[in-house]
Write a protein that binds this ligand. Structure first.
Ligand SMILES: *Cc1c(COP(=O)(O)O)cnc(C)c1O
Length: 868
């Protein structure tokens, strides 16, 4: 009775505001629902907007289990909205896959240990074109899309760029109607959640992203494969042939979960199939009844361990084994899945397989696919070795992502033989064939040949421990693949001329470049609707969203004063939004007229966040020396650094602590805090990137020349009109070419110089400013001097191999480039002109372009759009 009274009291008021927010909201709901249902009953065609309310409320009842008059939380509405969107996705998913099946289309399977998907809701709602409809419904419930979207946890099934690339590629595949799936692991805990402890050090917390359920996945209970590990092989005679039979000692099931991937303005919905691990026997009842409760659950726990976390710390032998296990687990499940579908259609016409399926191996993590394909075709399907090799080596392709020697995976033969004894035999057979081929095809004397053979053998000695043999996974991938590619022009040259030069000389046609890209949907249109609206208005259509080359149409407005002021207004809006976020996290007020200078990426010595901090220290020291009037004339900056350090990467963790220590000093110094701030933004992930990038004015991509394969955040910043200070490295080079080199702050040593400079580094005469700052840190200016000592020593106390990433060599040039940045920032028209030129030049870096190139040059797959 009471409730009813209250309701009627508030129903008459149309403005829901002030204290009794829930009550008002509830009453508004009731009113709006009644209205929506009345309109529905009259049989009027419901308009595309304002018509999603009944649908949403139906999900509130059926999924959330509440009624319209309950207090609906943001989480409830997130679930209702997600399940409503999911219905749309699944309908299109089914149509797409029925169509592709009817056409018997050739598929690409993107094998990746990582998919850094981020959130799904906004992307799905926008891609399905339902944003207006849902926004209106939410508004009538007193919520906005942004609040609701905040309810979703990121799917952080990746470390960084490589995993995000896989996610952008899936988006583009769906977008251009390319038949294909991603295959990966449904990690129970994604990458760790990063926090800072009281002292300002990184703290790693488990990322429990699945606890509250995941509306975006569809469990395929019937799709399950056995994956085996360990045991031994035995020689047996079958039909008069001697064969090797694998008798494993662990079996688990791989269980399929599908994650629909929508395209934009197309009915196509692609798929990311992720594997969970299940025990073959869920529960040992006999053990339980005998009182051995631990044993009763043992098998389940052992299975679940395989998919528990992304890249367990592999500093321990157990960690190494687990990582190999994960790699084999998802590769074996995926290949069985593909072969099962092929057989259902084509029986044993195996020679057709490469015309129906190609695989792209995202780095060396899935390289065990080379051996698994041979095992399945030879041991399971009974094909002769040569026929199987011909099929397998046509289907597989390999993308290299790094020049860092420590990241090129090599598994000890011992570990491989223990975990995958049959695969180790297969790799040995492949290697024998490879060596024989080399011996009969290489030119030169016997000694020259022997040296080359030793250098190119897939199985080789560990250079640090002559007693250990290693399987070089990159060599296995190169030998077993039809195509090998790098991810930016400069990197592909390094792949050809350095890392795999011996192989390149033998198979020049195997090697290609595929410059990375990012999806302009997530990274411009959806994350920066303010800018997207301005672009669409200016270009007269939103066609640029699916054809990013059209962004070049902005060039002719770059110097238009009126357009420039609209462009700046959008940036200010996004800076204000970010400032509010920082205020809520730190309590600090930030002046949005100050330059927002951002560096976000994994923390690594080669990415040189360290150099950024040294530059900030120098700036701080200069400010301290200035008179108040001089300070007022300076260019004030808010610097932000974010990124996770690998849990075993000690030096990276020290860099984070240096950022927080320097930040604490600068931000609290009354002389300087109006002119310089430094914030470490914890838990950098896709969602945080979506908030930061539109607000950035300057972003830093300052890896040592020749060390960053491509980078992709540079492309995201470029799309959002953020100027770049960067080295002549990775995709920075191509970005500069598209933007106009004169618009980019380029500095530093070049790839071709670094080998020589590294040799001479010990005798390099360091800049006095560099020396001064090293002394400041070592002397305790920022506290924690013992903890910072290894950091200081790593670049200043010269031993062979110190300052490997040449911070000292580049420091002076970096400071000069930063001075140039300040100079240009003082001229808002010039700065804005450049900003527009960045976005206008970003068309090439749409992953749609990248995927089209893969489809044409590597996969030989044509787009195939289902009927709407
Ligand atoms: C794009 C992206 C990366 C890659 O950044 P780089 O600067 O290219 O290394 C890493 N993490 C997240 C969350 C990203 O969105």
């Amino acid at each position: 009775m009471m409730r009813k009274l209250e309701r009627s009291k508030y129903t008459s008021s149309s403005a829901a505001s002030g204290c009794c927010k829930t009550l008002s909201r509830r009453s508004v709901i009731v009113q709006n629902i009644a209205e929506a249902e009345r309109v529905g009953k009259k049989g009027k065609p419901v308009k595309d907007t304002a018509s999603a309310l009944p649908e949403l409320m139906s999900k509130v009842r059926s999924v959330v289990g509440k009624s319209a008059t309950s207090d609906l939380t943001a989480r409830d509405l997130y679930n209702a909205l997600a399940y409503s969107t999911r219905d749309g996705l699944i309908e299109r998913f089914n149509k797409t896959h029925e169509h592709w099946a009817a056409k018997d289309s050739k598929f690409v399977y993107y094998l990746s240990a990582e998919f850094l998907m981020g959130r799904t809701l906004t992307n799905a709602v926008y891609n399905l074109g339902m944003e207006g409809k849902y926004a209106e419904a939410l508004r009538s419930l007193g919520y906005d899309m942004e609040t609701i979207q905040e309810q979703e946890r990121d799917a952080s099934l990746g470390n960084g760029g490589l995993g995000r690339l896989a996610a952008c590629f899936l988006d583009s595949m769906a977008n251009i109607d390319l038949p294909g799936w991603g295959y990966g692991i449904r990690y129970k805990y994604g990458m760790f959640k990063q926090a800072l402890d009281k002292g300002g050090y990184q703290k790693e917390l488990p990322d429990i992203w699945l606890t509250d359920g995941n509306p975006w996945e569809v469990k395929r209970s019937e799709i399950k494969y056995e994956v085996c590990f360990g045991g031994r092989t035995e020689k047996k005679t079958v039909n008069g042939k001697e064969v090797s039979v694998w008798e494993p000692n662990q079996r688990v099931y791989a269980q399929a979960y599908d994650n629909p991937i929508p395209g934009f303005q197309t009915p196509t919905v692609g798929n990311l199939r992720l594997w969970d691990a299940l025990p073959v026997t869920e529960f040992d009842l006999a053990a339980f009844n005998a009182g051995d409760y631990d044993k009763s659950m043992l098998e389940k726990e052992k299975a679940e361990c395989i998919v528990a976390v992304l890249y367990p710390n592999d500093a321990t032998p157990e960690g190494k084994e687990l990582r190999l296990k994960q790699q084999y687990f998802f590769v074996a499940a995926s290949m069985q899945d593909v072969l099962t579908r092929f057989k259902a259609k084509h029986g044993s016409k195996w020679d057709l397989l490469p015309t129906k399926a190609v695989f792209q191996m995202n780095d060396t993590h899935p390289t065990i696919a080379v051996a698994e394909a041979m095992r399945l075709l030879v041991d399971v399907e009974g094909l002769p070795w040569e026929q199987a090799w011909s099929i397998s080596s046509k289907m597989l392709n390999y993308t290299n992502h790094t020049v860092m020697p420590e990241a090129l995976e090599k598994w000890p033969v011992k570990v491989m033989a223990k975990m995958l004894p049959r695969h180790m035999e297969i790799i040995e057979i492949i290697n024998e064939g490879w060596i024989q081929w080399l011996q009969s095809n290489l030119p030169g004397t016997a000694a020259e040949k022997a040296a080359k053979v030793a250098a190119m053998s897939i199985v080789h000695e560990n250079q640090w421990n002559k007693d250990e043999l290693l399987v070089n996974m990159a060599y296995l991938a190169v030998v077993g693949s039809a195509h090998v590619n790098g991810v930016a022009a400069i990197h592909s040259d390094i792949v050809k001329n350095e890392i795999f030069n011996d192989f390149y000389k033998i198979f020049p046609n195997k090697f290609q470049n595929k410059t990375n890209g990012v999806t302009p949907r997530r990274w411009l249109a959806w994350c920066n609707p303010e800018l997207a609206t301005l672009i669409t208005k200016t270009l007269g259509s939103d066609a640029w969203i699916n054809n990013a080359e059209l962004l070049s149409g902005l060039r002719k407005f770059a110097s238009d004063k009126n357009f420039q002021s609209q462009w700046r207004a959008v940036k200010q809006q996004r800076k204000a939004k970010l400032a509010a976020m920082i205020k809520s996290q730190t309590g600090d007020d930030i002046d949005i007229n100050n330059m927002f200078d951002i560096q976000v990426k994994r923390i690594h010595e080669y990415k040189r966040q360290y150099m950024n901090v040294l530059g900030i220290i120098w700036r701080y020291k200069q400010l301290k020396k200035m008179t108040p009037a001089e300070r007022k004339a300076s260019v004030p900056r808010v610097c932000m650094i974010g990124g996770k350090a690998a849990s075993a990467y000690d030096m990276a963790k020290r860099i984070i602590r240096l950022v927080t220590a320097v930040g604490a000093k600068i931000n609290n110094d009354p002389d300087t805090k109006d002119y310089l701030r430094l914030y470490f933004l914890p838990d950098y992930n896709v969602s945080l990137a979506e908030a930061l990038i539109p607000a950035a004015e300057l972003s830093q991509h300052i890896s040592t020349g020749g060390t960053e394969a491509s980078g992709t955040s540079n492309m995201k910043f470029q799309m959002n009109g953020c100027l770049i200070i960067g080295t002549w490295d990775g995709a920075n080079i191509e970005i500069a070419e598209e933007t106009g080199v004169e618009n980019v702050f380029v500095f530093g040593v070049r790839a071709e110089e670094i080998n020589q400079l590294r040799k001479e580094r010990a005798n390099y005469k360091t800049d006095p400013r560099f020396n001064e700052i090293m002394n400041d840190i070592a002397g305790g200016m920022f506290g924690d001097k013992e903890y910072f000592k290894p950091l200081v020593d790593s670049i200043s106390n010269m031993k062979v191999g110190n300052d490997w990433f040449l911070v000292a060599n580049d420091f002076a040039a970096y400071l000069d480039a930063q001075e140039e940045v300040d100079k240009v920032y003082k001229d808002p028209e010039e700065w804005t002109r450049r900003s527009i030129m960045y976005t206008a030049g970003s068309g090439k870096f749409s992953s749609d372009r990248t995927i089209r190139e893969y489809a044409e040059d590597i996969w030989d797959i044509k787009p195939e759009r289902p009927l709407a």
